[in-house]
Design a protein around this ligand. Structure first.
Ligand code: DP6
Length: 351
């Protein structure tokens, strides 16, 4: 009988999250400890996800990593920190443990993706970071009408990465210090109340204000950092015109360290707002793939809405819209045919 090789393999998918109270700035760069708590919505993995396969064997002599099929450097300090944390957890508890702490060592905001629905990353007080963890505020089923539209405007790599950008902000921006000390604690409590009460007016207003303040701290950084571009500002103005026309907050934008817009809205507004975006940024070539993800119904726009909201169309500026909603945290993949690695522990060849 052939000798059995002990190869343990696990595949898991993980979601993307979008912060509505932003994380920007670290108090410890090695442990990745933030200067303020933050709060995000985990997006559904039916529309956006990452898939990771990990294999472990006594026969392996070194750590290796492939990212999108290309072998990557395992010497990166953040990756090393994650691998160290995971092997300590495995030794001590099997595979159990506080996984948001491990994810945080890879990238701060990633720790919020370890849970579904509405997630708070608590800043914590301890210098060793043991209390800087992600907690679920409400599950993804809590607000069934909430929808998310990702307006993809540019495939360009961002100019200043978030790690470097937030370091310069911590070093130079008095506004960021004020934000972390005096603004975020109150906003966080308020945002949790809006979520608990499913109050879209309050949730949307605060999400927009917090995105704007994050970008204001970028401008207050010296030298300044610009993540928003003309098109992002165009989308911001469009959202405000749309809300003003309706006399209430029907859509809310938020932007991270790049010009793509994420719009929060409710299911009954999706079709109308998508049509407004289509009229404002008429698709250049991919008209049939302009809207992706969850289905979007047809909407015809009343003349007065068109006149008030769609002012200066910019053809081709939005590449596509992804329609999604809040979703669960990481999911194990049970089907072995979905493993990204073969029995030899190397990436499977794509067919
Ligand atoms: C603007 O988590 O990418 O998206 O911890 O250095 O890896 P590092 O930074 P990262 O920063 C994300 C910043 C943000 C706001 C947010 O998601 O809260």
């Amino acid at each position: 009988m052939a000798e059995e090789r002990a190869l343990a393999m696990v595949t898991c998918t993980a979601p993307v999250n979008i912060a509505v109270i932003k994380y920007w700035g670290k108090r410890d760069n090695d442990l990745i400890l933030p200067i303020n708590s933050s709060l995000s919505v985990t997006l559904h993995q039916d529309q956006l996800k990452t898939t990771t396969t990990a294999a472990a064997s006594r026969d392996f002599t070194e750590d290796r990593l492939w990212l999108n099929g290309e072998e990557a450097d395992v010497g990166h300090p953040r990756l090393q920190a994650c691998l160290r944390e995971v092997s300590a957890l495995a030794r001590l508890y099997g595979v159990e443990g506080e996984l948001s702490e491990v994810a945080r060592r890879g990238s701060g905001s990633a720790c919020r993706s370890m849970l579904g629905g509405f997630v708070q990353w608590q800043r914590g007080e301890r210098p060793d970071g043991r209390d800087s963890l992600a907690h679920q505020v409400a599950p993804e089923t809590h607000w069934p009408e909430l929808r998310v539209l990702v307006l993809v405007v540019s495939g360009e790599k961002k100019q200043v990465g978030s790690t470097a950008g937030m370091q310069t902000s911590v070093d130079t921006s008095p506004l960021l210090k004020h934000r972390a000390e005096a603004v975020v604690p109150e906003r966080l409590a308020l945002m949790m109340r809006h979520i608990r009460e499913r109050d879209f007016e309050g949730f949307g207003q605060l999400a927009m204000r917090d995105s704007n303040q994050f970008h204001a701290t970028c401008l207050d950084t010296f030298p300044p950092i610009f993540y928003l571009n003309d098109l992002s500002r165009h989308i911001i103005a469009l959202a405000h015109r749309f809300n003003a026309h309706h006399g209430r907050t029907k859509v809310a934008y938020t932007f991270d360290a790049g010009p793509n817009a994420v719009i929060f809205t409710l299911a009954d507004t999706v079709a109308e707002f998508v049509e407004v975006v289509r009229r404002s940024f008429p698709p250049a070539t991919n008209g049939d793939q302009f809207v992706r993800g969850l289905p979007v119904g047809a909407a015809s726009l009343p003349e007065e809405l068109l006149a008030a909201v769609v002012t200066e169309p910019v053809p081709g500026a939005v590449r596509y819209i992804l329609h999604t909603k809040p979703g669960p945290g990481p999911q194990p993949v049970e089907d072995p045919s979905q493993h990204l690695l073969g029995a030899d522990g190397l990436p499977r060849r794509c067919a």
